[in-house]
Write a protein that binds this ligand. Structure first.
Ligand SMILES: C[S@@+](CC[C@H](N)C(=O)[O-])C[C@H]1O[C@@H](n2cnc3c(N)ncnc32)[C@H](O)[C@@H]1O
Length: 304
């Protein structure tokens, strides 16, 4: 049975106002964030291989840090960072009021975080940030995350439903579309004042869901899952929660041909197999046809 800690009214008020800075059109704000936080914490509870108190968790672009606070309340050692301090300061004050010495906040840019600067983590939260990055930054950040990750990466992101652009990275093609974050001539303070936007990049790149999955697999994650439950009744259609695991790649005895192949090689092998199957079918039909022709001639010849 989970024990619920009763938080002070100021902290509850902070969470109740979460996301409202984005205006009335922003989905899942205020108390609706509860379903998002519940989903992420349930994923950790269900899939982490260690008890919460033994986990080291990184929350990238943490905002006010509600995911970090909820995780730290369960005893994990949490490191939360965001490029803007406006909301993070409020979270840090709440953490202080709650006596959470196992939670640290830091102002930093996700594009500068790597294994050398921050070390390794059992779980990494990448929530509401992938779609604020442009390419190639998004590729580099996810590669750094892979290096830092010891177990699970949880991504919550918008995905592109009608891709318009293909981008190439390391011989792979990814689909998506560009999204304007700031005008080209917006000064730095104006960009920084948009608390729920990219830090400075004028455009971000929204990947399709398929491209995000392919990218994670190409980087090295062993499995990628999409989370459907716990339910999020107000989740927009273009938003998903993905969980990538970093484990050991399995090797098969039953189909050894798949071992040690890249995803691209596997796909090509299957295309070739399909082609030779089509060719086999064609030859088979040809043979049947020829057999019928022979029988037919034989019958006619015999009748004569
Ligand atoms: C939509 S909010 C998501 C906040 C939080 N992760 C959540 O899910 O509630 C996006 C956050 O990303 C932060 N951000 C944008 N670009 C960033 C960057 N390059 N580095 C770090 N944080 C960034 C913003 O300051 C903002 O707090």
């Amino acid at each position: 049975m989970e024990t619920v800690r009763h938080l002070d009214p100021e902290t509850i008020r902070l969470f109740e106002s979460k996301g409202k800075e984005g205006g009335p059109a922003t989905p899942q704000v205020g108390i609706a964030n509860g379903v998002k936080v519940r989903r992420v914490v349930q994923i950790v509870r269900d899939l982490a291989k260690k008890p919460m108190k033994n986990l080291r968790v990184l929350d990238l672009a943490c905002g006010e840090g509600v995911y970090s606070i909820e995780t730290a309340l369960r005893g994990a050692e949490v490191f939360a960072l965001d490029a803007r301090t406006d909301r993070m300061k409020k979270g840090a004050s709440a953490a202080q009021r709650l006596g959470l010495t196992n939670l640290q906040f830091e102002q930093n840019d996700v594009r500068r975080v790597n294994i050398t600067s921050h070390g390794e983590f059992d779980i990494i939260y990448f929530l509401g940030i992938l779609y604020h990055l442009d390419v190639p930054d998004a590729f580099h950040v996810l590669e750094n995350i892979y290096e830092m990750c010891r177990g699970l990466l949880i991504i919550d992101t918008h995905v592109c439903l009608s891709p318009q652009i293909d981008v190439q990275y390391k011989a792979h093609t990814y689909r998506g579309s560009r999204w304007r974050e700031h005008d080209d001539d917006d000064p730095e303070q104006v960009r920084r004042s948009r608390l729920l936007s990219s830090l400075d990049n004028t455009f971000s790149f929204q990947f399709t869901k398929d491209s995000i999955v392919r990218l994670l697999v190409n980087i090295g994650f062993t499995s990628v899952f999409e989370c459907y439950a716990p339910l999020e009744p107000s989740k927009p259609d273009d938003r998903v929660t993905l969980v990538a695991t970093k484990e050991t790649h399995v090797r098969l005895s039953s189909y050894p041909w798949v071992n040690d192949k890249t995803e691209k090689d596997i796909e090509l092998t299957l295309v070739e197999a399909e082609k030779s199957r089509d060719c086999y079918c064609f030859m088979h039909i040809l043979r049947l046809f020829w057999r019928h022709v022979c029988v037919f001639w034989h019958l006619i010849y015999k009748r004569k």
